[in-house]
Structure formats: C-alpha cells, structure tokens
Design a protein around this ligand. Structure first.
Ligand code: ADP
Length: 586
C-alpha cells in the first residue's frame, strides 16, 4: 500500500492529463451502455414494425461508435501521457540517485542488475501506475454503467451477479499473491541476462582465447531459461485465473437466462428489454475479466517499484560538510588514520600518520594490496576513514562539501575511463566543458596527446569510440593525464598514472608531470621506482602501515625494504636490451 501511494505521488502532478483520461473513459463506458440500450430499441422497433424509425437507429449506431472513438482516444492518450512521464521521472530519479550513491554500492551491485532496473523494471512500473488505473477506470465504469442499466431493467435478476463477487475476489487474490513473487523472479532474471551478456561482450577476447565461449553460452542459456520459466509461470497463473472467472460469469448468465425466461418474470420486460438485459450481462464478461487482471498487474508493478525504490532509498554519500574551499594551500594531514572496507573485514589501513606540506610530492610504494590506492581514495572521500581523520588546510575533509573538496583534486588512475566522444571532449570532461580550445590544446601538448592525435584523421576532434577502444592503452592514459593537467587542481593524485606507457613516453610525460606537480600537493603511486625518485618523500607501505619514509637517497642509505626493491628493479631494467622499448601495454 505504501509503495502504491508513493507511486501515485509520481502520477499526482499530471492530474490534468489524468482528468482528460477519466473523462475519456466515462465517455467510453456510457457508449458501451448505450449500445445495450440501442439493442433494446432495435428489437422493440422490429417488434412494433415501426420501420420508419430505421434512420434513427442507423444514425444512433454511428453516433455511439463515434463517441466511443473519441472516448477511447482521450482515455488512452491521457493515460499514456501520464504513464510515460511516470516512467521518465522514475528513471531519472533512479539515475540521479546513482550519481550520488557511495562507492560501496557500486562494489556490491552488478552493473547488469542496475541497467535492468533502469530499462526493464521501470517499464514494468507502468503496469501498476497507469495500466491498472486505465482498466479500473475503463472497465470499472463500463461494469458500473451496464450494471446500473440492468438494475433499472430488472433489479431482482441483477442481484444474482453479486453472488459471484466474493468467489471472484478470492481467486483473484490468490493469483495476485503468486504474481508478485514470480514477478520479482522475472525482474531478477532480466538483470542476470544483462549481466551475463555484458560480461561476455566486454570480455570477448578473454572468452575466445581461454575457450570460454561454451561456458558463456551455457551460463547465458541458464539465465535465459530461468527467465523463460518464470515468465511462463506468470502466463500460467494468468491463463488459469481468467477462464475460471469467465466460467463464473457464464454460470451467472446461464442462471439468469434460465430464471429470466420464467413466464412470471418475463412479463415484466419487453422482448427488447429482455434481449438487452442478457446482452448487457454478456457484455460484462470482458470487463469483469479485465478487472481481475488488474491485481496481478499491480503486483507486477509493485514488485518493480520496490526494486527501484530500494535503490532510491539507499543512503547517498554523506555530504554534510558546509565549508567551501577557496585558495587552497593543499596542506594534508593524516591523523591516526585506519580503514576497513567492511565493518567486519580486515584492516586495510592501520594507524597512518603523515603530514604533507603544501606543494610537496609524496610517493607511495609497496607491494600490491598494501593499501596505497585505498589511502589515495580516501582523499576525495570515495570512502570515509573508519578511525582517525584526514585534514586539508587544517579542517577535517568531512567538513567540506563533497563537490568543493573534489573540485580541488585531479586524479589519474590506472583504469582510464574515456567517454564516447572526441579526444578534446574527453580532455575537457565535465565541469571543464567550457575551457577554451587553447587550454585544451596546451594540456594535450603537455601530456603528449598531440603527438598521436596529429596522426589521426581529425586530430583532437577524432572520436575515441566507447571507452576509447580505438586507442592504445598508452594513448588513453595520456588523455587521462591531459584531463588532469587541464583541471589544474591544487591536489593531484597519480595512481599508476603512467603504467601503460613505454619507457620513453613515460620519460617525456614524467617531465610534463613534474612541471604540473610544481606548486601542487601530489600523491604518486608507482610501481616503477624510477618515476618517483624525485619525490620529496617516499613512503614504503606494507599491510596498511607505513614502514619506511624519506627521500630516495635517505631510503637507499637505510638499506631497508626500499633499497631492496630498488636494487631488484634496477637489475631488471639493466637486463633489458638498450635498443628495445617496452611496447605500450594495457
Ligand atoms: P594497493 O593499491 O596497494 O595495491 P589497495 O588499496 O588496492 O592496495 O588494496 C588494499 C586491500 O584492500 C587489498 O587487500 C584489497 O583486497 C582490499 N580492497 C580493495 N578494494 C576493496 C573493496 N572495494 N572492498 C573490499 N576490499 C577491498
């Protein structure tokens, strides 16, 4: 009920269109009743032999259908108008909410599931929001009209209809309950189909090389079968209910026919009235059946709405800070910072203490899984610290509004995300969309994007394809770096930002990046130690702790973990033939 009321909130603002539709359906219902009345007139005319009235009868049937046509149009149009707006708004609300959901939500749910909600489930909602209303109105009013007419003709006979009411109600109730459960399964199966397909499509290379085609086909067959089975259950439920209800109606009509032909009763009615009465009863069969479908329709819609509202009700990112950042100096302080992803999970960061002066470059090194990316991700508040705090210019970062905080940070990470558009649009993404062409060009120049863009047919305006599939890993990474350069933010996070570049391009871009780092607080995470030798301080992390810190020379002198790592990498690179370059790698 609550879900339904909430859904009706979406309908509420479109009440004028809704009224139009109600008027349309009233007209429709009246015309239906009028056609029963017409039959009465027709038979009586024939009986009386009043054939001079035939012109009126002929015109009347035209009129009835004309009016019915208008009613149908108004009713359908008004309701579709409301329905499509409800879908649109619901979808929009869902999407807007996706933009403010915390990172943890994205880690927990599959993208297929979310896509299915945006496409399939939202459509299902109309069932409850408007289709059910349409039938309730159109068929409900028709039933009322016909019923009223029958009462007027012969109320005793008509009351027979009331006997089956509770039986129909009970059957419909059982069906509806079953429908809701099945409907949830169908929605889930659509999500599974989307997920399964998306994985196989995105990972097609791995699928082919590792002989996964059959596995993928099997998995897809399973989820598609599951969808088929659940949908069939739905159809069966529906198809069993409908004939049962129709049989009940037929039973009543049979009984009526039998009783109505009782000589005592029939005398009260003219032949026309009698025929019209039975026709009206027969005309009710269809609307009554439709009315019984309403509840399962509502159940389907409600199951869908629930799944949509579930997302909309998920707590968004905490954004209670009110301070705005202006003229940021970029002083960072990590104060007894600890972090776990799940409340019962293992500690990923353990009592990190670190002061970063404005403009300083801090490098994080350490084994993979030691918590470097996690630490960097806490700065833009993708997650919040479990214990301790991070201060920016003396204030806990939670005191700033999220938008203002993130506005101060440029981030380049290993997985470059490119959007469908041109290289230039990808560099000037989001809030930077109104940067001048010169600004974009100079960022592209600094990140060595121009180098390869010049060889492309349309230079910086070349389209990159979905997620930049038309570019190499190194090229994509350079675009991401150009994006960060263009943002010109006081805090820079480079998380394996040059990992996909060959050694030579890396050296070039390193120069460019070092220019960019001037005067900015920078956190660099790099696997190749050669790229961080010039950092002001290097932190060596292991299992969520900082074990060593100092500048390159100091750490070498300490002869600890860093010195070891360095020796190891140094000897590796020394082994490489000097003439060969490492190719771009993903
Ligand atoms: P690094 O960047 O040093 O390779 P990460 O910060 O990525 O390390 O990961 C640190 C630890 O946190 C790892 O043990 C990893 O399994 C865990 N981890 C990373 N991301 C998540 C996540 N979204 N949910 C749960 N655990 C995670």
């Amino acid at each position: 009920m609550q879900v339904y009321l909430r859904l009706l909130q979406y309908v509420k603002q479109y009440w004028p269109a809704f009224i139009v539709s109600v008027v349309g359906f009233v007209i429709y219902a009246v015309s239906q009743t009028a056609s029963a009345k017409w039959l009465e007139a027709f038979v009586d005319t024939v009986e009386r032999g009043a054939f001079e009235d035939r012109i009126w009868l002929a015109l009347a049937i035209l009129g009835i259908f004309f009016i019915r046509g208008i009613g149908t149009f108004l009713g359908n149009y008004g309701l579709a108008y409301v329905a499509r707006y409800v879908i649109h708004n619901l979808r929009l609300d869902l999407f807007k909410h996706l933009m403010i959901l915390p990172s943890s939500y994205y880690h927990k749910s599959s993208s297929g599931e979310l896509l299915a909600k945006l496409t399939y489930n939202v459509e299902q909602v109309t069932g409850a929001a408007t289709n059910a209303l349409k039938i309730a109105l159109r068929e409900g009013l028709t039933v009322i009209g016909l019923f009223g007419y029958m009462l007027y003709l012969n109320w005793k006979l008509t009351l027979l209809f009331l006997v089956i009411g509770p039986i129909v109600g009970a059957i419909v109730g059982i069906a509806a309950r079953r429908m809701r459960g099945i409907s949830r399964n169908v929605q889930k199966s659509v999500g599974d189909i989307t997920s399964s397909a998306a994985e196989a499509i995105k990972g097609y290379q791995v699928v082919r090389i590792f002989g996964g085609s059959q596995l993928e086909i099997d998995q897809f067959t399973d989820v598609s079968q599951q969808n088929r089975r659940q949908t069939m259950k739905m159809v069966v439920t529906q198809s069993v209910t409908t004939p049962i209800v129709q049989m009940l109606v037929a039973g009543v009509i049979a009984l009526m026919t039998f009783l109505a032909m009782d000589p005592d009763l029939i005398q009260e009615m003219s032949t026309g009235q009698f025929i019209a009465f039975i026709s009206a009863a027969a005309l009710m069969a269809k609307p009554v059946r439709s009315l019984t479908e309403i509840s399962s329709m509502i159940q389907k819609g409600l199951a869908a709405s629930e799944s949509v509202f579930d997302v909309v009700d998920t707590e968004p990112e905490k954004d209670s800070g009110t301070l705005k950042l202006e003229n940021v100096r970029g002083a960072l302080q990590f104060d007894h910072l600890s972090f776990t992803y799940d409340s019962d999970g293992k500690t990923v960061l353990n009592d990190i203490n670190l002061n970063v002066a404005p403009g300083e470059t801090i490098a994080l090194v350490g084994k993979s899984g030691s918590g470097k990316s996690t630490l960097a991700g806490l700065l833009p508040r993708f997650y919040d610290a479990s214990e301790g705090e991070i201060l920016l210019d003396g204030h806990n970062i939670q005191e700033y509004s999220l938008a203002s905080l993130r506005n101060q940070i440029a981030l380049v990470n290993q997985q470059v995300i490119l959007f469908n558009g041109s290289i230039a649009e990808n560099i000037a993404y989001g809030a930077m969309a109104n940067c001048s062409r010169e600004q974009i060009e100079s960022a592209a120049q600094a990140a060595h994007v121009t180098e390869f863009a010049n060889n492309l047919p349309e230079g910086l305006d070349t389209l990159v394809g979905e997620n930049g599939t038309l570019l190499s890993g190194g090229q994509r990474q350079r675009i991401a770096i150009a994006r960060a350069i263009l943002k010109d933010a006081p805090i820079l996070i480079l998380d394996e930002a040059t990992s996909a570049l060959d050694t030579e391009s890396e050296r070039h871009i390193q120069d460019a990046l070092e220019n960019v780092m001037q005067g900015r607080t920078t956190i660099v995470i790099a696997h190749r130690l050669s790229t961080i030798e010039n950092a002001d301080r290097i932190m060596v992390m292991d299992a969520g702790r900082i074990l060593e810190q100092g500048c390159h020379a100091e750490l070498l002198q300490q002869n600890g973990i860093y010195a070891n790592l360095y020796q190891l990498q140094f000897s590796e690179t020394a082994d490489l033939p000097a003439t060969k370059q490492q190719p771009d790698q993903e």
